[in-house]
Design a binder for this molecule. Structure first.
Ligand code: CTP
Length: 143
């Protein structure tokens, strides 16, 4: 029997210019579940929703995540699946969604928590690593 709190866990993000903040998050997720699935936001999401230019194309970001020890499966997710976590639930059937703690208490996540109650899934909020982000890396490279 596994000693982990959850069996299947899910998290999603862009993971552009993979850095230690991403690694910290994924390792924390994997400490709490047997199987970690990562949804990788596609390039349309980065363009249309984040209004940013991806540095690493989405299929390469998926390959990088799939090569990590702490990730069991990484797959591309589209804008709808990124925005509506019930769509992600229907696709991946996870027991827990891991999200950054900056989302805790937001209208969107309160709604997701309610929807998840109906299917028995949970949300765990994990801390954001300070001092590193894709945006900061891009800014440093510009200087
Ligand atoms: N993340 C984290 N700590 C960081 C950066 C990211 O915990 N320093 C987490 C985010 O909360 C998210 C996942 O990693 O759950 C993917 O984040 P992403 O948006 O791809 O990374 P950022 O580096 O924050 O990108 P950007 O600067 O473009 O917003």
């Amino acid at each position: 029997m596994s000693e982990k709190k959850y069996h299947v866990g899910y998290t999603c993000g862009v993971f552009d210019l993979f850095h230690v903040g991403h690694l910290n998050l994924l390792e924390r997720c994997k400490e709490m579940c047997d199987i970690l699935i990562v949804g990788v936001c596609d390039d349309d999401y980065v363009h249309d929703i984040k209004n940013k230019e991806p540095m690493i194309p989405d299929t390469d970001r998926v390959r990088i995540l799939n090569a990590l020890k702490c990730v069991d499966k990484a797959e591309l997710v589209d804008i709808a699946t990124t925005d509506d976590k019930m769509l992600a639930y229907e696709r991946f059937h996870f027991d827990v969604l891991f999200s950054g703690d900056d989302w805790k208490g937001s209208e969107r996540y309160l709604r997701t928590e309610k929807q998840f109650e109906t299917v028995g899934a949970k949300i765990e909020y994990l801390p954001y690593t300070k001092g590193v982000s894709t945006t900061e890396l891009k800014n440093k490279m510009k200087k």
